[in-house]
Design a protein around this ligand. Sequence first.
Ligand code: PFF
Length: 479
Amino acid sequence: MGNEQRGGFASSFGFLMAAVGSAVGLGNLWGFPYKMGANGGFAFLVVYLVLAVLVGFVIMLGEFVIGRKTGKSVLCAYPKLGKKYGFLGVFGVLVPVLILSFYCVLGGYCIKYALANLGDVFHAKWGYLASGMDTGTFFGAFTGDMGAATVFSLIFVVLTGLIILGGVSDGIEKFSKVAMPALFVLLVIVIIRSVTLPGAGAGLEFMFKPNWEPFAGLGWLHVLKTAAGQMFFSLSLGMGIMVTFGSYLPKSENLIKQSIVVPAADTIVAIMAGLAVMPAVFAAGLEPGAGPGLLYVTLQTVFESMGAAGPIFGFMLYFLVFIAAITSSVSLLEVLTSSFIDKSEEKGKAPNRKLATIITTLVVAAGATLVSCDGLGANGVWVPFQKCFEQIPVWCDCWLDFFDCISEGILMPVSCLIMSLLIGWKWGPKFLQDEIEQEGNVFKAKGFILFCFKFAAPVILLFVLFGQLVDFGILNVAI
Ligand code: PFF
């Protein structure tokens, strides 16, 4: 009964699609291309790859090992390794609640934009063009409209919940096996259009031309901080996802191989996202930037400049971003749902996926309603502590940043830091070896992996934490 309610992956390919689906998300599409271009182009990519090998790979491996060894999702996995580590499990369920509360809002915006472009394809009244607004005004009007923004956010939350209701193999796995290849095909179509636009070369140059200028002086610290933070979020680390997915893996699965393939696929899609976005932005004579502005304002302007074909490509792009976002959000809601199921089982109650999904979806819906009503700060829905500051720091300027600061800024790097220290210095090589070498698998590159757990990962993670505290305005240092 318990296992039936928990579930598991039915195939290696299904697991891969689900894990890559989790990693490929808004972080790839709106963060990576711009950050790469603004921080040295190809030189940034080299730094990013070195960090992915030294830190991303081992932290992912550590999360898979903890999940599969304990057979539990994050809330119950850590206490199973020692009562005093229970707080890491609590971090592991707090983070998904906070991140999903704003991620679902951004996912809801994608649905709105996909539909608005589809409306234009059919010259419908509900299309973007019928609004008669320019792109910036349209974005402000939509995000500032509490009712509309909340409805779309809640549609995204409910869709995420419905997939989770299906379980691991019939919900997440089946969905990812269709959605990820579809995302790939759409991405290739948009790339072909983007790189063949007149003037697209400037975008390719922005992204790929090695530029050492950002590395000059102490600037290299900024580049390192940006690459480390991006890598960490983009690989879905410190969110409890890979622990939970690990708990669904059969003992025959090669954990080292999966910890290489998932980051590699994520990085390839991030570069492809850059090829889809940047050439088009430059071809339209626009300035790139990161975040919601790039996705919902700049890109919509690009599609408008494409004439009759614009809405078709607009629909394709926003639909593919929606797919990327929902395959990520399901992985995070699964962390909550499976933690709920495992906790009920521990308490001796019959685990019930349906009930667990409904409760966790409602919690996320409440958070998403708060963030969407806030309208990225435009509606000024009360944010704690804001009144304490004359000049409002980033961390409390809106609910989205507040939730992001606590999760991405503090809880995620702290929990990964503690995990790598525990594996590197306390639990030791045997902890990894016993799990990695199950069913004849070989623990390759042992010395390198242990070095990373002991030294490389903790140092870089301390740096990520420091960088996040600076970015969110908690530490007042210029880097
Ligand atoms: N790797 C994901 C991304 O780049 O968007 C991170 C993520 C965010 C995963 C939100 C899951 C999620 F719900």
